[in-house]
Design a protein around this ligand. Structure first.
Ligand SMILES: C[S@@+](CC[C@H](N)C(=O)[O-])C[C@H]1O[C@@H](n2cnc3c(N)ncnc32)[C@H](O)[C@@H]1O
Length: 222
């Protein structure tokens, strides 16, 4: 039940999340570069693990959306999100099991810095498949497993106590890129773009993330 660990961890971190991640956590910027290109005034957006809302900041300011909804297990992160972005509809719960989204389908699904806490990729993509509009897009990040990397060579590890929220036992799941691709294809999605980037630095080591733009379009070039 890693979502319960995430809830404990992020409820504690929430009070200083924006402060500790400022200029140190690049994933939201990378996600925003793609979402801002994909969104327009008619786009319905769902952000999985929206946190304090860092990944919807630009799209919110640009007003290139019809609705933005976000889900997160941490009510304290969501409270901060709502204060910064009052028009965002927030839901508190585990993405894999939440049943009360406002809309049946969303044009654009965002998942930034959250997939590493969700163990079952199949369940994640099944839910995305059911929640995504026809011709919909997913912009996500995940943490790849990188053999020989000082931090990222294991597929599973516990987030350690350096942020002083160590009673949560939060697990990080890293993915083999080939396996990730095979799951994407299994649910009939197509990867349109992928790029590795440095997401943050930990103990002077670069932590590498993958940014992906995925679609369910039958003719992805349209
Ligand atoms: C690293 S933070 C990322 C927050 C935001 N997307 C950002 O990039 O700043 C991960 C977020 O995912 C949330 N989370 C983890 N597992 C979740 C789950 N199963 N369902 C919903 N939210 C989850 C956490 O509570 C936390 O707010």
């Amino acid at each position: 039940m890693n979502h319960l660990n995430a809830q404990i961890y992020y409820n504690k971190l929430a009070l200083k999340y924006d402060q500790v991640t400022k200029d140190a956590w690049s994933a939201p910027n990378r996600v925003e570069e793609l979402t801002i290109q994909l969104a327009n005034q008619n786009t319905t957006i769902l952000d999985i693990g929206i946190g304090t809302g860092q990944s919807i900041r630009k799209v919110y300011q640009s007003e290139k959306f019809k609705t933005i909804e976000g889900i997160d297990v941490s009510d304290v992160m969501l409270k901060n999100c709502k204060e910064s972005y009052p028009e965002v509809i927030v839901h508190c719960g585990d993405f894999l099991h939440f049943e009360s989204f406002t809309l049946p389908h969303y044009d654009l699904v965002i998942c930034c810095g959250t997939l590493e806490f969700i163990e079952n990729l199949d369940e994640f993509f099944l839910r995305c498949q059911s929640l995504l509009s026809k011709n919909g897009d997913i912009v996500l990040t995940f943490e790849p497993r990188i053999s020989g990397h000082p931090i990222q060579s294991e597929s599973v590890s516990e987030v350690n106590s350096e942020r002083q929220v160590n009673d949560a036992h939060l697990i990080t799941y890293r993915r083999d890129v080939d396996h990730f691709y095979s799951v994407v294809r299994k649910y009939e999605f197509t990867v349109l773009f992928q790029s590795l980037f440095v997401s943050y630095r930990k103990l002077d080591v670069d932590v590498i993330y993958m940014l992906m733009h995925i679609t369910n379009r039958v003719s992805p070039t349209e």
